[in-house]
Design a protein around this ligand. Structure first.
Ligand code: CAA
Length: 261
């Protein structure tokens, strides 16, 4: 099924209920050109609708998760084209997926690469990971949500520092500032990310979708409204077969058999 894509591969056999998307433009350190973004959006939105996929892992190579938007492709663009093409708006669709998305980041995650990792739900970094928003060095600013998501992830001071100076930060700083939830040795990156994805994929699909939606609401609304939203969604969970099963299994001291319904 990978063969339909030129710039990514899609693997369904790595772990139960898990899909692995690997960015694959090694000659450009996985720079995000229009083709790669379209293929990634196509693959991810297809997997999002697949009842047998409970979590998606997105990764790159050992050297680069992605070194940014494709500078050579953008170089000769003018404002009319970026506006009419709505440059990078397509990538927003990745943030609207309901399936949990895990970024497994080794090497460079710069510019659009850092932004792509940040629009995933969980970011796991190898100890080789290098993050940054160096667009300022090119005379522009982040364009796939970096100014907004980095500020929310690490706070104003660190976001301003990175975005205004263009400096990079290593995995340990990413962990310390809250951008990454875990840092692991490079050879453990994919096994760890797949294990996390398999764990999530094994839970009730409606519950994981509801949990993701509720956490994301925290970044869009006030605390009172967010809690009101959580409460309604929590209560709606009692309409699922998996709620009955999960609680019955606990009472009967046995593992649950979720049907994702
Ligand atoms: N776009 C296009 N090509 C890129 C690229 C990018 N973002 N990053 C790397 N490449 C290409 C290089 O041009 C090079 O190709 P050639 O062999 O044909 O010259 C190849 O990938 C290998 O790269 P390097 O030789 O530069 O590798 P290195 O190990 O010496 O350096 C690096 C690695 C520090 C990451 C360096 O490649 C680099 O600085 N890349 C650009 C990083 C950047 O500025 N990213 C932000 C892009 S703008 C953006 O993302 C906008 C947005 O917010 C949406």
């Amino acid at each position: 099924e990978s063969s339909q894509y030129q710039t990514i591969t899609v693997d369904r056999a790595t772990a139960p209920r898990v899909a692995l998307i690997t960015l694959n433009r090694p000659e450009a350190l996985n720079a995000l050109n229009a083709e790669l973004i379209s293929e990634l959006v196509d693959a991810a939105t297809t997997l999002d609708l697949d009842p047998d996929v409970g979590a998606i892992v997105l990764t790159g190579s050992d050297k680069a998760f992605a070194a940014g938007a494709d500078i050579k492709q953008m170089q000769d663009m003018g404002y009319p084209q970026t506006y009419t093409d709505n440059l990078f708006a397509e990538a927003d669709r990745l943030a609207n997926l309901r399936t949990p998305l895990i970024a497994a980041v080794a090497g460079y995650a710069l510019g659009g690469g850092c932004e792509l990792a940040m629009l995933c739900d969980i970011l796991i970094a190898a100890d080789t990971a290098v993050f940054g928003q160096p667009e300022i060095k090119l005379g522009v600013i982040p364009g796939i949500g970096g100014s907004q998501r980095l500020a929310r992830a690490v706070g104003k001071a660190v976001a301003m520092d990175l975005i205004l100076t263009g400096r990079t930060m290593k995995a340990d700083e990413a962990k310390q500032t809250g951008l990454a939830s875990r840092v692991v040795p490079a050879d453990q990156l994919l096994p760890t990310a797949l294990e996390v994805a398999q764990t999530i994929g094994g839970y009730s699909k409606p519950a994981t979708w509801m949990a993701k939606e509720a956490v994301n609401r925290a970044f869009e609304t006030s605390l009172t409204e967010g809690i009101r939203f959580e409460r309604r969604v929590f209560q709606a969970g009692f309409a699922t077969a998996d709620q009955s099963e999960g609680m019955a299994a606990f009472a009967e001291k046995r593992p649950p058999n979720f049907t994702h319904s």
